[in-house]
Design a protein around this ligand. Structure first.
Ligand code: CUA
Length: 316
């Protein structure tokens, strides 16, 4: 598509990938025509209403039916507009969604009720909710689901894509500049659908390498006596059946990987800031914080919650 205009939506939204730029350009064409049609109709309604209003002693106007010339002209204009938009839409779709071929994915993202699993298959790193990606590199991202249909959407980074049970979808993504890009699940997937935020942290290749290297390491040893007690409690409880902490016996894949949970900015898929007070709230009664989440209330004592918080927040 070469007829590029300056996208009006840039005033409201940020585009940080070639894919989102193409979508915004497409949106602009629709916007221009829609604004033109809305303005013309509004004008005509008022103008004709005024011009042909009933005056004193007016008799009934002459009745006429059908005007082939006008009908054919209007139908042709409308058909041309539809054909033009069909062409623009299809060419945009083809330009941003190429087949994956036999390329290996750089990242595999799996939607869960209600969080995101992020796997880097080339180096074995597994993270959750915070998606770190390098800028300037063409990335193939596979999108899957562990349960129901979810939908990946980070507006600044291009198109949406459904995550469908039993099927692997993909997107190609090149990010133009470093920054944090916020997205959300955009297919209703149950009670906490609204709290399935996505944080994409786009980093320079060097920063990304650093992050990746740190996250390929097993979990840190507990740094204090309180944290050590939290570690022991975690390992002797059913926590290990659902969560993985690399380098320990905890290997569950039902809930988010916790190997480096202390380094994440948010908890519960963007629901709250990651700090000891919020983690304390969550561990005290998960159902009060994120109702319907698959983690039950373990009825930990105050001391146990403090121990677990100290351990988990120390996993940088
Ligand atoms: Cu996942 Cu909505």
């Amino acid at each position: 598509m070469s007829l590029y205009l300056h996208p009006v939506v840039y005033l409201f939204l940020e585009a940080a990938s070639p894919g989102s730029e193409s979508i915004y350009h497409l949106f602009d064409y629709f916007l221009i025509v829609a604004v033109f049609v809305a303005t013309a109709i509004t004008f005509l309604v008022f103008y004709l209403g005024f011009r042909y209003r009933q005056k004193k002693n007016d008799s009934e106007p002459e009745q006429s039916h059908g005007n082939s010339k006008i009908e054919i002209t209007l139908t042709l204009i409308t058909a041309c507009v539809v054909a033009f938009f069909f062409y623009l839409t299809v060419s945009t779709m083809l330009s941003i969604q190429k087949p994956a071929g036999d390329h290996q994915p750089d990242v595999v993202i799996t939607g869960h009720q209600w969080w995101w699993e992020v796997e880097y298959p080339k180096d074995g790193v597994i993270a959750a909710n915070e998606v770190h990606l390098p800028v300037g590199k063409k990335l193939l991202i596979d999108l899957k689901t562990a349960d129901v249909i979810h939908d990946w959407w980070v507006p600044a980074l291009g198109r949406k894509m459904d995550m469908i049970p039993g099927k692997t979808n993909h997107i190609w993504l090149t990010i133009d500049k470093p920054g944090t890009y916020i997205g959300a699940c955009s297919e209703y997937c149950g009670a906490q659908h609204a709290w399935m935020r996505i944080h994409v942290v786009a980093q320079s290749p060097a920063d990304f390498k650093k992050w990746e290297k740190a996250h390929a390491e097993p979990a840190r040893q507990p740094q204090s006596e309180l944290a050590q007690k939290g570690h022991n409690l975690f390992m002797s409880s059913t926590c290990v059946n659902c969560h993985a902490i690399e380098g320990t016996k905890a290997g569950g894949r039902i809930g988010p990987d916790l190997t480096h949970i202390g380094s994440r900015k948010t908890l519960l898929s963007g629901m709250m800031k990651n700090d000891p007070a919020n983690l304390d709230k969550w561990l005290t009664n998960p159902q009060k914080v994120k109702k319907g989440a698959h983690m039950p209330n373990f009825l930990f004592t105050r001391l146990q919650v403090k121990e677990l918080t100290a351990y988990l927040e120390g996993l940088k």
